[in-house]
Write a protein of this length. Structure first.
Length: 71
């Protein structure tokens, strides 16, 4: 029983596990920021392509980058 308690105290005192968790959280934040940036970039590209498409077709109506699904 004493050995188990000593091992548990040693395990809880180690900071290596905490470092791994910090890296995991940091990596998740970087990934979330990347996804948000590319989503915003994608919306801008879609708007630009739609504007160019309308200019070629002679239309002045703004297009919808997210059209409703086809029935």
């Amino acid at each position: 029983m004493n050995t188990l308690i000593k091992k548990m105290k040693t395990f809880l005192a180690e900071e290596e596990g905490l470092t791994i968790v910090e890296y995991a959280i940091g990596g998740s934040l970087v990934a979330a920021a990347g996804i948000a940036a590319f989503t915003k970039l994608g919306d801008g590209v879609c708007d630009t392509v739609t504007t160019l498409e309308n200019a070629v077709n002679g239309s002045i109506v703004e297009g919808d980058c997210n059209p409703p699904p086809a029935p």
